[in-house]
Design a protein around this ligand. Structure first.
Ligand code: NDP
Length: 291
């Protein structure tokens, strides 16, 4: 029987865990844990993501603010805004919603965020910390999507130590930090990307596959070793032959689910984990201020 790794039961458990810890912080600090999202410009998808974060923050008991800045903002405007938030003691976590308008250097902005407020886990300090953790460290550090995947593997009690994990995708927000986290837990890790030759043969050696490419249908049933754990990070939106809007991952889900030992669906798999990890990090940053 294939384990379908849905986010729903984990999110339900996290609702209790995060609400309790947020309430504890609120009692101790006399204010809720605070998250500020910097939103530059009017990208409609970003506006939806920000609304969803805000809604979940409200449910958990985290105070969330959005700092809206015009699309014409300069690099200096955004740096100054982030620096102000760094100095504000009621702000525990800062995220800068990506993408930023073209005239803005996103890396420079992200690295303006103080490391003790970096709840997205994208700054160089945080990613450096992640790669320097002692092995098997329980520390919860790094970008939220791979943190969410580690929480899913843990919840569904899927073994990591000693397994061969093949991660397809080498981005700084998913592929590379995923590799660091799996390595810390004792997996032997291979990172594949668009220049990898013979991805198919490589995937057949994997006990754990993490697909993070944004390429619909990249991973098929013939790529997967029977019993492997398949984590699908991809989010690909398209209109099907019946004119229906659909969201799928990078994995041919119906066929791969027949072969895999465990698999994440899209939607309802990795996606909902990210925002919960973001709030978990915000509460932890606030909790670290309790005397
Ligand atoms: P990027 O575009 O930054 O990276 C994609 C990676 O996939 C690159 O490393 C690229 O290789 C690799 N790749 C592309 N085509 C192939 C191919 N044919 N074979 C092997 N590797 C390939 O994407 P992100 O990491 O930001 O996101 C990946 C996917 O995950 C997207 O669909 C995104 O929407 C989704 N996502 C989902 C999240 C969630 O919460 N569920 C959060 C973040 C992302 P190369 O480096 O050589 O170009």
């Amino acid at each position: 029987m294939t384990v379908i790794m849905k986010a729903k039961p984990i999110v339900a458990a996290l609702t209790d865990e995060l609400s309790t810890s947020a309430a504890h912080v609120t009692a101790a600090l006399g204010r809720k844990p605070g998250l500020t999202v910097v939103l530059v410009g009017d990208d409609p998808a970003s506006a939806i993501y920000v609304r969803n974060k805000q809604k979940r923050a409200d449910q958990i008991g985290v105070h969330s603010d959005t700092l809206r800045m015009p699309a014409t903002s300069t690099q200096e405007d955004v740096v100054t805004a982030v620096q102000k938030l760094n100095a504000d003691p009621t702000v525990d976590g800062i995220i800068v919603q990506l993408p930023l308008p073209q005239q803005i250097d996103a890396d420079a902005i992200i690295n303006t965020i103080a490391v003790d407020k970096d709840v997205d886990g994208f700054t160089l300090s945080t990613t450096g910390r992640l790669w320097n953790l002692p092995k098997n460290s329980p520390e919860h550090v790094g970008p939220c999507t791979p943190l969410g995947i580690m929480a899913m593997l843990d919840y569904y009690q899927l073994p990591v130590a000693g397994k061969h994990a093949v991660i397809v995708g080498r981005s700084n927000i998913v592929g590379k930090p995923m590799a660091a986290m799996l390595l810390n837990k004792g997996a032997t890790v291979t990172i594949a990307h668009s220049q990898t030759t013979d991805l198919h043969s490589l995937l057949l050696t994997a006990d754990i596959i993490v697909a993070a490419t944004g390429r619909r249908g990249l991973i098929t049933a013939s790529d997967v070793k029977p019993g492997a754990t398949v984590i699908d990070v991809g989010m690909n939106r398209f209109v099907d032959e019946n004119g229906k809007k659909r969201l799928v991952g990078d994995v041919d889900y119906p066929a791969v689910a027949e072969v895999a030992g465990a698999i994440t669906p899209v939607p309802g798999g990795v996606g909902p984990m990210t925002v919960n990890m973001l709030l978990k990090q915000t509460i932890a940053k606030a909790a670290s201020k309790i005397q």
